[in-house]
Design a protein around this ligand. Structure first.
Ligand SMILES: [Fe+2]
Length: 335
């Protein structure tokens, strides 16, 4: 496995790059916008293809690099399913697996610092976002934070992991880089409490100033997605119209989601599955089959399908359309 811990000096954010030696597919957790060129450079230098990028939660202290990475690499953007950020092309639920070639991460819903925070477990290590920090815990006084949820997430979920599990947080302000569950259990001052009420008492009396960038970062991070207008301009069609095309003969319907999403939310009849990261190869290898066909793409909320239309054009497929708002909108409109 390839593993890099990258640091942003301004916001003291840790960004993680994970990849499999064999498949050369990479995943990035909590990227910072200002450092995107550095990530891209590093990916090139060690010969990796970025396929997925995750934000553990909506950050208040920096603007996420998730959208810029999507625009530059066509990677899938992932957050937990409680988030209000519109950038997310694939929402994961508690316990859902996120796969890249040769590696998998388990999503764990760990609210408290924010109401939508997730942690991600990969074998011997956990990426805790701001839920659990080294000798600290993420503040719970904004973004629907809640000290009781924080306590439950930490005590009933994270501290239940094997004690040797490595803890990699999203921030550290003192230069600490990694800890373990055992160390935090024993030495994290906020966790030396006898009851949930004692923890709540501590968290409610931290009296911290708001992060400097909060008023800029939060609204920005909520709006990094490919909105419905942009989806429409890229050969997007509304669900009703999409359905008309479904009944036509000379078409091929491609579902760009992953198996875990299909298992969770079902699919449109007669569609074939080509997970978004594989779409370039699929188009390249099936020129005969796709010749003269109309391609109809769809995904969860229309972001991956917008990108798929753009990719198709680069392979000279011009007869392709995609479902605006994805399966979510299609269902909302009663189909
Ligand atoms: Fe945070």
């Amino acid at each position: 496995m390839i593993f890099r811990q990258l640091f942003d000096k301004i916001s003291s954010t840790y960004t993680y790059l994970i990849a499999s030696e064999k498949g050369r597919e990479a995943l990035i957790i909590d990227p910072v916008l200002e450092n995107v060129e550095r990530y891209i450079q590093l990916l090139k230098e060690i010969d990796l293809k970025l396929v997925k990028v995750i934000d553990t939660h909506i950050h208040a202290d920096h603007i996420s690099g998730i959208a810029e990475l999507r625009d530059q690499t066509n990677c899938v953007t992932i957050m937990g399913d409680k988030t209000a950020a519109d950038v997310v092309s694939m929402q994961v639920s508690d316990e859902e697996l996120i796969k890249i070639d040769g590696l998998e991460l388990r999503a764990l819903f760990t609210p408290g610092h924010t109401s939508e925070s997730f942690s991600f477990l990969m074998k011997d290590r956990i990426f805790t976002g701001d839920t659990l920090l080294i000798r600290g815990t993420g503040r719970t006084d904004f973004q629907n934070g809640n000290p009781r949820d924080s306590y439950n997430s930490i005590f009933n979920k994270l501290l239940k992991l094997p004690e040797g599990t490595l803890v990699y947080p999203a921030h550290d302000y003192k230069g600490e880089m990694v800890s373990t569950i055992l160390e935090e259990k024993k030495f994290n001052p906020r966790l030396q409490v006898k009851s949930v009420n004692e923890y709540i008492e501590i968290m409610n009396n931290l009296n911290l100033p708001n992060p400097k960038l909060m008023d800029v970062a939060v609204p920005n991070n909520l709006k990094l997605g490919i909105d419905l207008n942009k989806q429409k301009i890229n050969n997007g069609i509304e669900p009703k119209e999409f359905n008309k095309f479904l009944s036509e003969k000379n078409n091929i319907v491609i579902d760009l989601r992953e198996q875990s999403e299909i298992d969770k939310n079902g699919k449109i009849n007669n569609s074939i599955t080509v997970p978004f990261p594989e779409i370039g190869d699929y188009l390249n290898n099936n020129k005969h089959k796709l010749h003269n066909k109309k391609i109809l793409f769809y995904c969860a909320i229309g972001q991956r399908s917008t990108l798929a239309v753009q990719i198709s054009k680069s392979y000279k497929y011009n007869n392709c359309l995609h479902l605006i708002g994805g399966l979510k909108k299609w269902k909302l409109e009663g189909f």
